[in-house]
Design a protein around this ligand. Structure first.
Ligand code: SF4
Length: 389
């Protein structure tokens, strides 16, 4: 798209979440289906220049301020700390610096004491670590660079630098994972007593090398050693039990937090609050429209350098789509959604489906609120499909 993008009509003057995408990784994990990859480090500097320019140019046309910042990827912790500081400075300069939360995604093997200190000095106050497992055989089979020991030294470095809001991701369903190794990973994670935990189920699709091998056969990525769907569901349920008894609040299908530590930035996605994304493949939503930048980082950097917009997809969210989003985003939160509010805003067109799902025990109703049945979280996609039917 070469015409100047004119989004943000709905957020002028509002507080928004700012997301920055850094799509660079050291290696490609076998299960990864994101638009990220291994690129020459010579692209990092021009890419950061482009992100800073995109932030400044976008913000010059629209009046908004940021209350949350999230630098994700990819592996943004690979960036030189000065480059990362430039991005944060650009956000602060044009969107204000009064952030309630500023997160960096970091992989354990990239975290050092020196970097952690510089991240903290740059204004970051939350780290989301891609750990996935504490078992070296699983990590190796998945193409991860770090090993169990790296996780502990990374957490120590972060604590020493003053980070007291740390999140960790685990994946249920990695090759070579067993009930025993999963229990061990959960025990190691709980032993660290971090503020936030995310548990994802392995996604099997054409977008990853492991997913293709599971779907079409092959021996290269240990597809034969991936746990069954039933085992994965069991692992997830064990995580629910153990995290609950350790005092973590399950606030979104894949996310748990100690009281007061839910991710302020990510809540915006499920609550349909505005967020603006910068960088290759970054998505944005201003309350009325959604748009996304080109995925290819070299193309993105070149477009911004030429003074073009990097937006390649844009759509005004129709009322029907907004209505659907209220359910499939809102119901990801364990607190559920206010059906009364939705019906007042959009009419009661889905009442019949909702009643059917309550009768079948997939949804629960409490006054005006509906939520997913806590025992059916592993089949939430089926509930969403029924609702959208
Ligand atoms: S899973 Fe994360 S670290 Fe691994 S390739 Fe994908 S984005 Fe990079």
């Amino acid at each position: 798209m070469s015409e100047q993008h004119e989004g943000l009509s709905a957020v002028c003057g509002e507080k928004v979440g700012v997301y920055v995408q850094v799509p660079f990784c050291q290696t490609k994990c076998t299960y990864c289906n994101f638009h990220t990859g291994v690129f020459s480090q010579s692209l990092y500097g021009p890419y950061v220049n482009a992100v800073c320019r995109e932030i400044r140019e976008h913000s010059a046309r629209h009046d908004f301020s940021a209350d949350t910042v999230y630098v994700g990827g990819g592996t943004p912790s690979l960036l030189d700390t000065r480059d990362l500081a430039r991005i944060l400075a650009a956000i602060r300069e044009v969107c204000g610096g009064e952030w309630e939360e500023a997160t960096l995604e970091a992989d354990p093997e990239t975290i050092t004491a020196g970097k952690a200190l510089r991240w903290r000095a740059g204004g970051l106050d939350r780290i989301s670590m891609g750990v996935q497992s504490f078992n070296d055989a699983e990590l190796q089979a998945s193409g991860r660079r770090h090993r169990r020991e790296d996780v502990f030294s990374a957490v120590a470095a972060l604590h020493q630098a003053g980070f007291d809001n740390i999140s960790m991701d685990l994946i249920a369903g990695l090759p070579r994972q067993t009930r025993k190794s999963w229990e061990a990973s959960l025990a190691e994670l709980l032993g660290l007593r971090l503020q936030h935990v995310s548990v994802y189920l392995l996604e099997v699709d054409e977008g990853s090398r492991l997913g293709k091998e599971i779907l079409h056969g092959g021996k290269r990525y240990s597809a034969a050693e991936v746990p069954s769907d039933d085992e994965m569901a069991d692992f997830y349920e064990r995580a629910c039990e153990r995290l609950a008894s350790a005092g973590y609040e399950h606030y979104e299908i894949s996310n748990w937090a100690l009281p007061g530590c839910a991710s302020k930035h990510n809540l915006k996605y499920w609550r349909r609050e505005p967020y603006i994304g910068f960088g290759a493949g970054a998505h944005s939503f201003d309350g009325k429209r959604r748009w996304a930048n080109v995925y290819d980082p070299a193309k993105y950097a070149a477009m911004i350098e030429w003074g073009d917009s990097a937006v390649e997809q844009e759509e005004i969210v129709s009322e029907a789509d907004a209505f659907s989003e209220e359910f499939f985003l809102g119901l990801r939160q364990l607190a559920g959604v206010d059906l009364g509010r939705i019906e007042r805003k959009y009419g009661g067109a889905r009442s019949l489906q909702v009643a059917k799902l309550i009768d079948s025990g997939l949804l629960e109703r409490n006054g005006d609120w509906i939520k997913l049945n806590a025992a059916k979280l592993t089949i939430s996609n089926e509930v969403f499909a029924e609702l959208m039917d």
